[in-house]
Design a protein around this ligand. Structure first.
Ligand code: SAM
Length: 315
């Protein structure tokens, strides 16, 4: 018990010191990089100098929204009733070898529920003890659905079950040749789930390769366990995958960033712009959904023609 208290104190004390330092000097004391602990985040170009990089409040949140509050954790032994009622969670409960954060099931249900009865090609990075492959096999009911799991651990081959449409292959999520082979053999995929190494550099490599060449349009790219972006040793790159996602948010709006309002506020179709030069990624992004530790990035059905006109009535 005393050890537990000391551990909690070790986490809380630096936080408190930073908080008081911010109050006193308007800036945070620098964070120490502790092994296994949170990562000292790199400075972001758009953060104001008065706020520590990586902490909220750098770009406009007011003190009322930043006031420290105590946030009690959910300690009940029984999962909440809405979770128990979720079809995905019910399948999960009947699955052996399971380990997953409880709040993920509502998220997955919300993102993937509408696709449940469709014929899908699904790629999951990270097989481990096979439980999510079993869960997806039960959840997606279409008999032609194909589920592919990849992992670096050869023991995962025991979950290969081609007769059930479940295929397991051994290789790394950072090996672009291997990923290309998977896409050629089973893809392109409707759904890609990255639940692999959780190393930020690996997640970024896989996304760069698979979002463009491995995902159908429309398609959904999910990344799980993004809290690891904030912890060593998983945060192994200057920018995290969540930083990349913030860049995706900007990329979704690149056609506005590269023009003025006048470009769009024209009434006559003949005066409208024919096209605006944007990065390819802008034309691929339909929607990005952020959840606690999961991001779902929706690839747009192509061709994705933007509406450069507004719907307006004359006064
Ligand atoms: C969190 S577990 C996967 C859990 C599984 N998706 C589930 O929910 O039941 C992570 C897995 O990623 C695998 N892994 C680690 N590094 C990898 C890499 N570079 N490429 C592919 N898989 C990797 C590990 O061997 C481990 O089995």
């Amino acid at each position: 018990m005393i050890v537990g208290l000391l551990k909690e104190l070790a986490v809380a004390l630096p936080r408190y010191v930073r908080y008081r330092a911010r109050q006193a000097f308007g800036r945070s004391a620098p964070r120490a990089a502790a092994p296994g602990g949170p990562v000292a985040l790199p400075a972001r170009a758009n953060a104001t100098p008065s706020v520590a990089a990586g902490e909220p409040g750098g770009i406009g949140l007011e003190p009322a929204l930043l006031a420290p509050v105590s946030w009690p954790s959910y300690k009940q032994a029984a999962p909440p009733p809405e979770l128990l009622a979720s079809p995905l969670y019910q399948i999960w409960e009947a699955t052996p070898n399971r380990h997953k954060w409880l709040h993920y099931f509502a998220i997955y249900q919300s993102v993937l529920g509408p696709w449940r009865g469709s014929s899908l090609r699904i790629l999951e990075i990270g097989v481990y003890r096979g439980s999510s492959l079993l869960m997806w096999r039960e959840y997606f009911t279409h008999p032609e659905t194909v589920i592919v799991g990849i992992d670096i651990d050869p023991d995962c081959l025991e979950f290969d079950a081609p007769e059930r449409g479940v295929h397991v292959h051994i290789g790394s999520q950072t090996d672009r040749t291997f990923l290309a082979q998977m896409v050629l053999r089973y893809g392109p995929f409707d759904v890609i789930i990255d639940d692999g190494s959780h190393h930020s550099s690996h997640i970024i490599t896989s996304f760069n390769h698979l979002f463009l060449t491995g995902l159908k349009d429309p398609g959904i790219y999910l990344v799980e366990d993004l809290h690891a972006n904030y912890w060593r040793p998983w945060r192994d790159s200057a920018n995290s995958f969540l930083d990349l996602c913030k860049e995706l948010v900007e990329a979704m709006h690149a056609h506005y960033a590269q023009t003025t309002a006048a470009t769009f506020f024209v009434k006559e179709p003949a005066d409208q712009v024919d096209a605006i030069e944007v990065p390819l990624i802008t034309t691929l992004l339909e929607e990005i959904r952020f959840f606690d530790s999961i991001v779902a990035i929706y690839k747009a059905r192509r061709p994705f023609i933007p509406h450069y006109r507004r719907s307006e009535t004359e006064r």
